[in-house]
Design a protein around this ligand. Structure first.
Ligand SMILES: Nc1ncnc2c1ncn2[C@@H]1O[C@H](COP(=O)(O)OP(=O)(O)O)[C@@H](O)[C@H]1O
Ligand code: SF4
Ligand SMILES: [Mg+2]
Length: 342
């Protein structure tokens, strides 16, 4: 494997009137070339802020704090000048979002929008008609039935699933090495969601880009992610391969996320288990384990000191006092959270 992106000690804060919102608090992880890394966690845990940092899109009052580094193919992109960002965004790295209707331009025909991205990064000096041809080929590639007609449609004339396909075509026409997908299927119904995820998997096989899949739903990543990074309150609490996270999860927050995935194999009337309590105030995040107030296995130490990140081997890391050999783990269901819900 070779590393495409290396995030080191990334911290991002928003300086608001109420105080410093510590959105991301010193996270480190790698993204391997051609692989899918999932960033998973409840709303507000810092997933989108992390992905915006990768594209240089943190705006005031947000600040990427000193000591943070993001290496892309060995270069620290946080030192990029505007010109370098322009060359990077949409070319090396593209992003797709939850709501295509918001991110596509409602006043511009689909074909023109897809072409525009390639025109901005036309290193190969393609002619207008070649670019047009490429745009239509992209629509074919993402499974739009009548690509020729679609070129001349406006986004609102398409269904949600088709719009999402158009956004993927726009993002991938420059053949980026990295695609960031921020909750790309959250607004879609379950069947369309599965189709879009399958499409992303196939395109990755064909085009070879790395994907960062951002989602609050661990169920979405079971089939698609190679690596899983679980975030809570601006930190990484557990990370590891898909196998390790689903079959050997070690953090109580990961267990809670797993229990909140709807199980299609069980009675479909079964209620979704939500995680009780809420995420901590990010203006004054706890100095101890941030999950402490919601964790059924919390010990006294958890409220006092933050657990260190421990390497369990196989690239599996976890930050929880339960992994300390001195912890009393009687009654802690270590291997019961796991398994994929098909
Ligand atoms: N522009 C902003 N101003 C103030 N706080 C922000 C801003 N953007 C994000 N935050 C805060 O940063 C934290 C992480 O947000 P975000 O990364 O969007 O979460 P999510 O994991 O749901 O994508 C949240 O507490 C959010 O309120
Ligand atoms: S450190 Fe303690 S409170 Fe935090 S997740 Fe582990 S057991 Fe629960
Ligand atoms: Mg988000």
């Amino acid at each position: 494997m070779s590393t495409l992106v290396n995030v080191k000690n990334l911290s991002v804060s928003y300086f608001t009137y109420a105080g410093e919102v510590q959105s991301v608090r010193g996270i480190s992880f790698d993204i391997e070339k051609g692989k899918t890394t999932a960033l998973v966690g409840e709303s507000g845990c810092g997933k989108s802020v992390t992905s915006k940092s990768l594209l240089g899109l943190i705006e005031k009052p947000g600040v990427i704090k000193e000591g943070s580094q993001i290496f892309y193919e060995g270069k620290n992109i946080l030192e990029f000048k505007d010109k370098e960002w322009f060359a990077f965004r949409g070319k090396e790295c593209s992003m797709i979002f939850q709501d295509a209707l918001v991110s596509l331009n409602p006043t511009m025909m689909v074909g023109k929008q897809i072409m525009e991205n390639l025109q901005n990064h036309n290193d190969a000096h393609l002619s207008q008609s070649e670019i047009q041809k490429r745009a239509q080929e992209m629509l074919d590639l993402v499974g739009i039935p009548d690509s020729h007609a679609c070129m001349n449609k406006y986004p609102h004339e398409l269904s949600g699933g088709m719009r999402q396909r158009v956004m993927i075509a726009t993002a991938l026409i420059t053949n980026p090495k990295l695609l960031i997908a921020d909750e790309p299927t959250t607004a879609l119904d379950v069947t369309i969601q599965a189709q879009i995820l399958e499409l992303m998997k196939q395109l990755q096989k064909k085009l070879g880009m790395a994907i960062i899949m951002i989602t609050h739903d661990l169920g979405v990543v079971a089939d698609i992610a190679d690596e899983i990074v679980v975030m809570y309150a601006g930190k990484i609490v557990e990370r590891g391969s898909n196998e390790e996270i689903f079959y050997n999860p070690r953090h109580p927050y990961t267990w809670a996320l797993m229990n909140s995935v709807p199980r299609l194999d069980l009675d479909n009337k079964q209620e979704l288990v939500t995680i009780e309590g809420s995420i901590p105030d990010m203006i004054n995040p706890p100095k101890s384990c941030a999950f402490c107030s919601r964790c059924p296995y919390a010990m006294n130490i958890c409220a006092e000191y933050e657990p260190e990140t421990v390497d369990l081997g196989n690239g599996h890391q976890v930050a929880c006092w339960l992994t300390d050999p001195r912890a009393d783990i009687t009654g802690v269901p270590f291997h019961t959270g796991g398994g994929k819900h098909e």
